[in-house]
Design a protein around this ligand. Structure first.
Ligand code: DMJ
Length: 553
């Protein structure tokens, strides 16, 4: 390739892609090795005290979340070692209250993705892969633990489930919107690979129920009572508590070629553009009236330009990205909340827990435009994180971007997402970008009798940056059909008159069975759940931002 003076200048100033990729690898191993040395088998590393803690469960979460990143960085031997280690050590039969949402996106998503990448990682594959395999069985096992949460009259899930006992009878019925609508990618993939439709049906039933609750002006709020279908927090926006619901409508539509999901998103998008968008910022509005309730930008919203670029809506994506990037430049990171009218951070939300969203958008936009602004953001992020967040033991969440105080926490998404998207931003020919580029465009045959081709096209990232191969969806239908036939034969053999009954019709809306929800025994200990979408009403949490409220309804 010719080196134009601009490209040369850029490389001199920002470092070449190869140099940046090497720096990102060092960043990964500094954190990863420290997690293994000091924190495993706990969920997370505590980077200030150099020890570990369980946070979202008790399943070595950081290791599950980081597994596919190892392969992204090209480390096949460590991927193989960790995949085996997890099979030997992780047990989901535990008396732990877990977030249904977080367990799905991090654990089920992480294992599914690792399962689909196992061939490329050089793992020994069992016959029938990708329709079977140990990592798939683990993903299924984890997902099955979540199913009791979906056994509700509406089909919308509870936010928390006890992995051993099911939903507690005292569990709050208030779930955030993302906690209802962020399952279709993992659950549909699981169903199509295993041939068991239960997962996909549960995710679809929840999505359809949620869709019916939108307001007359086409918006959804932030927290809903999943039993009464009443909106408990009526702030509509694209950030915390809602974000990945919209993401999964788009990505679900793409992955499953599903028009129903796309239509839902497009209807929402129209309302979002009409009521919440101002100067390419997105505000929070009252879901029934459309009046502004909070003129705030939340760092979680920074995924939006990337999502828009997936839909080809580039102009708007670029402008919104520029707004968000200006906030990054102001603080050297994205504060959790930023008051748009005041142009400053919001009280008690000045932190940056090393989130990936702006880098994620930069990755998509760089691929779509080739504009080096996005590499510059990547370079800025690399520099900032090294300078502000690095500790002898890993990388710490920034408690306050104004004075760079740190928190003793390194969330698992730092290795799963932030580092992965950074690396992919600087590696435009990576196999995860698809397109069968030179040298690494290899694909694998799989399924029964090698009937399917994997890895030949692009990947869809779940909301925790775990890549899913859409081609795998078509690998196992034959397999599922065989299973059904086998089931029918076995059923017919078990009939006294040897005749088979017609297979029961799979209903979209399975009737709820309250007794399926296994209660905690009286007096049993419950640890309070750590939800990303806390269960208290949204307004209560936001009352501390009094100064940015313009509408208190
Ligand atoms: C991740 O767990 C996921 O990206 C989720 O959708 C939102 N929050 C974090 C990262 O910020």
């Amino acid at each position: 390739m010719l080196c134009t003076p601009f490209v040369l200048l850029f490389s001199l100033w920002f470092g070449s892609n190869a140099v940046n990729m090497q720096r990102i690898k060092s960043m990964f191993y500094h954190a990863y090795n420290s997690y293994l040395d000091n924190a495993f088998p706990y969920d997370e590393l505590r980077p200030l005290t150099c020890d570990g803690q369980d946070t979202w469960g008790s399943f070595s979460l950081t290791l599950i979340d980081a597994l596919d990143t190892l392969l992204v960085l090209g480390n096949r031997t460590e991927f193989q070692r960790v995949a085996s280690l997890l099979q030997d050590t992780v047990d989901f039969d535990i008396d732990v209250n877990a977030s249904v949402f977080e367990t799905n996106i991090r654990v089920v998503g992480g294992l599914l993705s690792a399962h689909l990448l196992a061939g490329r990682a050089g793992m020994e594959l069992e016959p029938g892969w990708p329709c079977s395999g140990p990592l798939l069985r683990m993903a299924e096992d984890a997902a099955r633990k979540l199913l009791p949460a979906f056994q509700t009259p509406t089909g919308m899930p509870y936010g928390t489930v006890n992995l051993l006992h099911g939903v507690s009878p005292t569990e709050t019925p208030v779930t955030c919107t993302a906690g209802v609508g962020t399952f279709i990618l993992e659950f549909a993939m699981l169903s199509r690979l295993t041939g068991d439709p239960t997962f996909e049906n549960a995710a679809r039933r929840a999505l359809r129920a949620l869709w019916k609750t939108r307001s007359d002006i086409g918006l959804v709020g932030n927290h809903i009572d999943i039993l009464s279908k009443k909106w408990v927090a009526q702030d509509a926006g694209i950030g915390a508590g809602v974000d990945s619901y919209f993401e999964y409508l788009v990505k679900g539509a793409i992955m499953l070629q599903d028009e129903e999901l796309l239509n839902m998103f497009q209807a929402y998008d129209q309302a979002i553009q009409n009521y919440t968008r101002f100067d390419d910022w997105y505000l929070w509005v009252q879901m029934h009236k459309g009046t502004v309730s909070m003129p705030v930008f939340q760092s979680l919203e920074a995924f939006w330009p990337g999502l828009q670029s997936l839909l080809g809506n580039l102009d708007s994506a670029v402008r919104t990205f520029q707004n968000y990037y200006s906030v990054w430049r102001q603080f050297g990171g994205l504060p959790e909340f930023y008051s748009i009218p005041q142009g400053y951070t919001v009280d008690k939300r000045e932190g940056y827990p090393l989130r990936p969203e702006l880098i994620e958008s930069a990755m998509y936009l760089f691929r779509a435009t080739g504009d080096h602004t996005y590499l510059q953001l990547g370079f800025d992020a690399l520099e900032s994180i090294e300078r502000i967040a690095k500790t002898p033991c890993g990388y710490a969440s920034v408690k306050d971007l104004r004075d760079h105080q740190l928190d003793n926490r390194m969330e698992s998404f730092f290795l799963a997402e932030t580092i992965k998207y950074l690396y992919l931003l600087f590696d435009p020919t990576h196999f995860l970008h698809g397109g069968g580029t030179e040298g690494d465009g290899s694909w694998e045959e799989g399924g029964d009798g090698g009937q399917c081709v994997l890895g030949a096209g692009g990947f869809i990232f779940n909301t925790e940056a775990h890549p899913l191969d859409p081609a795998a969806l078509y690998c196992c239908s034959r397999h599922a059909q065989d299973h059904q036939e086998l089931r029918d034969i076995l059923l017919s053999l078990s009939q006294p008159d040897g005749r088979s009954k017609p297979p029961a019709k799979q209903t979209e809306d399975p009737p709820p069975n309250p007794s399926d929800s296994i209660a905690l025994k009286p007096g049993e200990k419950r640890t309070p759940p750590l939800l990303s979408c806390p269960v208290q009403p949204f307004n209560a949490r936001l009352s501390i931002f009094g100064q940015v409220f313009t509408d208190n309804t």
